[in-house]
Design a binder for this molecule. Sequence first.
Ligand code: OAD
Length: 244
Amino acid sequence: MTRLYKNIVILTGAGISAESGLATFRSSNGLWNNHRVEDVATIEAYWRNPDYVHQFYNEMRPELYNAKPNPAHLCITELQKKYPAHIAVVTQNVDTLHEKAGNQNVFHIHGQINQIVCMNCGHVFETWGDVSSEDKCEHCGTTGMLKPNIVFFGESLLYMDQVDRLLNSCDLFVSVGTSGVVYPAAGFVQFAKMFGADTYEFNMEETSNNSLFDKHIYGPAGTTLPQFVQQLLADVPTKEEMSK
Ligand code: OAD
């Protein structure tokens, strides 16, 4: 029997959504869709040409709206329902497949595609529709200050206070489908390990920055993660065992 965990953190990257048909970032036809990151994912690019940046995310929105969660997302919901621990999902993904799968406690540290933030008043609202530099904030009424609520390079990540607390107390840290090259997410395993967590990495292949993981499970997350969830659930004591 493995340890009975109390606080589980699952960090996800683009690889968990690959089997839902979404391209990862660093694959040959990656999510940047042949755009240079400097042209579509920096605040300088946004100020230079907001409508070019809006168009990039406007084009991405319908694909992510139509995408469906795969077994890797779905098994997290099963784990959250059946395993007696606090289980949080910290995702670098801007898609909403964790929510579509019914996952709870999801933190989008890189933002999400269906949210817009007003840079004048900070108001965040949801839309799957197109946005342009002519649109007005529904809260403060300012025109031309709406930005996709996606963390651009050089901006601070979202929810970091909550994530720090989660990492400090987690006893199982699971990383799924991330290349581990973009910080600070790539460093989360180090914090979790420092605080005594067991650490597991799920990926298709060996990643470059993975020596802090206790175990590496290679293969498609849609197969390997549900198997791992079943192993965890098999180790949950029954009510009778608990009351002994
Ligand atoms: P990457 O594209 O860097 O890495 C995806 C990882 O998923 C790779 O290591 C693949 O081997 C793995 N992978 C692919 N298919 C898989 C599958 N079916 N099962 C398991 N693993 C699979 O994506 P991220 O690590 O998410 O930032 O990239 C991190 C950040 O870099 C992104 O959030 C984005 C980008 O710049 C922002 O947008 C701010």
